[in-house]
Design a protein around this ligand. Structure first.
Ligand SMILES: Cc1cc2nc3c(=O)[nH]c(=O)nc-3n(C[C@H](O)[C@H](O)[C@H](O)COP(=O)(O)O)c2cc1C
Length: 214
């Protein structure tokens, strides 16, 4: 078994990333790569791994879906009382990682998360399928439940409660906007000499660009 794992190996040869062709603005570079990821039809191009830390400095990670990208930052939606929500309230420093293995690419963003406006959350919530809206009401995300049947019962009750009615946004549900402080764009290359281009926020919209050793 161990030997099998050790022999799993790929050479990365699809593309390169260099200072001559990258965009000086990391938001534009993100948009370029994100557009390419969507066009490549990989599964869930907008899935990203969100890392937060507990009050004792213990990290935790989970996948969330990117739902908006603009000049301010990157938005995902979740339950504000979840583990991640509670950790962000104490410490807004987070990281986001897009694992685009099929493209031999990875983007890592660090930054601070803040709640989006209620209006933004309401608009997004109502754009979701009705079942997802009910799901958000049914789940006290991250809390222990004794049995799956409890969730299913709750869903049934909620279906009746909101029958033929608009489902309101739950108080504890909404978006976080992650405002980036750094970006790293990683492109796999041959012989493990990968390209890593790092952008560091130097305030007022200027970004210091450097190359990191692979
Ligand atoms: C592909 C994928 C997409 C997901 N998208 C979201 C999401 O957008 N929001 C969310 O709260 N959880 C999402 N989840 C579930 C989370 O990974 C996680 O289980 C949940 O948010 C609870 O995390 P927490 O207990 O650490 O707060 C997704 C999971 C996967 C695998």
């Amino acid at each position: 078994m161990r030997e099998d794992i050790a022999s799993l190996r790929n050479e990365y040869t699809q593309a390169e990333l260099n200072e001559g062709t990258i965009d000086v603005n990391p938001f534009n570079q993100f948009e370029k790569w994100f557009t390419e990821a969507v066009a490549s039809e990989i599964l869930e191009p907008n899935a990203m791994v969100l890392s937060t830390v507990s009050k004792n400095g213990i990290p935790s990670q989970r996948t969330v879906l990117l739902k908006d990208a603009n000049k301010e930052g990157y938005t995902f939606y979740t339950n504000y009382d979840s583990k991640k929500g509670r950790e962000i309230e104490r410490n807004p420093h987070v990281s986001l990682l897009f694992p685009w293995y099929d493209l031999e690419r990875q983007i890592i963003i660090t930054g601070k998360a803040q709640k989006v406006s209620k209006e933004t959350s309401v608009n997004y919530f109502h754009s979701r399928p009705r079942e997802s809206q009910l799901g958000a009401w049914a789940s006290q995300q991250s809390n222990e439940i004794a049995d799956r049947s409890i969730l299913e019962e709750k869903l049934k009750m909620l279906e009746e409660r909101f029958l033929n009615k608009e489902i309101p946004l739950p108080e504890n549900w909404g978006g976080y906007l992650v405002i980036p402080e750094s970006f790293e764009f990683w492109q796999g290359r041959a012989s493990r000499l990968h390209d890593r281009i790092y952008y560091q926020d130097e305030m007022e919209g200027t970004w210091k660009i450097s190359r990191l050793s692979p």
